[in-house]
Design a protein around this ligand. Structure first.
Ligand SMILES: CC(C)(COP(=O)(O)OP(=O)(O)OC[C@H]1O[C@@H](n2cnc3c(N)ncnc32)[C@H](O)[C@@H]1OP(=O)(O)O)[C@@H](O)C(=O)NCCC(=O)NCCS
Length: 149
């Protein structure tokens, strides 16, 4: 089941951060702010009480571009279609908020994420040097959420 993240999910979201990211992990304080005050939407995939993955979208007033700010599937639930389900849902949510584009960055060594997004209609916009805490470059991708004529 996909549902909106709640404050009570933060402990599990922190476990997923530790499981999934070596650098640039979101902290408890980050999650608290992002779930309560930010112009953001966070969804989780939950099955039998277990949160398998999550996705966080950020919006900026005055632009029609949403940003996929954080995205992960816990290791033990990978390759079961969790990410594709989360990605499809955040795209629908961005469209429902009148966004035309969805943008994201991923590490240049993150081949699973690059594979996932290129297979789902995202185009490479460019490389952002020295983007992550360990100085790894990011690849920026964008998808047009409306049918192009
Ligand atoms: C990238 C990630 C989100 C994929 O999650 P997932 O739930 O395992 O992905 P899915 O099962 O929905 O797979 C969807 C597609 O993604 C691609 N993919 C996923 N894992 C892959 C892998 N290890 N190698 C190559 N392609 C992969 C494939 O195209 C796959 O489709 P397929 O199964 O038909 O081949 C997951 O590996 C992850 O959380 N990694 C660590 C955190 C991270 O990198 N987050 C993204 C930050 S930008």
């Amino acid at each position: 089941m996909i549902r909106s993240a709640k404050l009570k999910d933060i402990d599990r979201l922190l476990e997923i951060e530790q499981d999934c990211f070596r650098t640039d992990q979101l902290s408890r304080r980050n999650f608290h702010y992002l779930l309560t005050k930010a112009n953001a939407q966070t969804i989780v995939d939950e099955v039998n009480g277990a949160i398998r993955g999550y996705a966080m979208l950020l919006f900026r007033r005055g632009t029609a571009t949403a940003r996929l700010y954080s995205f992960a599937t816990a290791t033990k639930f990978r390759r079961q279609g969790v990410a594709i389900k989360l990605l499809t849902t955040v795209e629908e949510k961005a469209k429902a908020c009148h966004c035309l584009l969805l943008r994201l960055e991923t590490r240049s060594d993150n081949l699973p994420m690059q594979q996932l997004v290129t297979e789902n209609g995202y185009k490479k916009l460019g490389v952002v040097a020295d983007y992550y805490q360990d100085a790894m470059d990011a690849i920026r991708f964008e998808k047009c959420l409306v049918a192009e004529e």
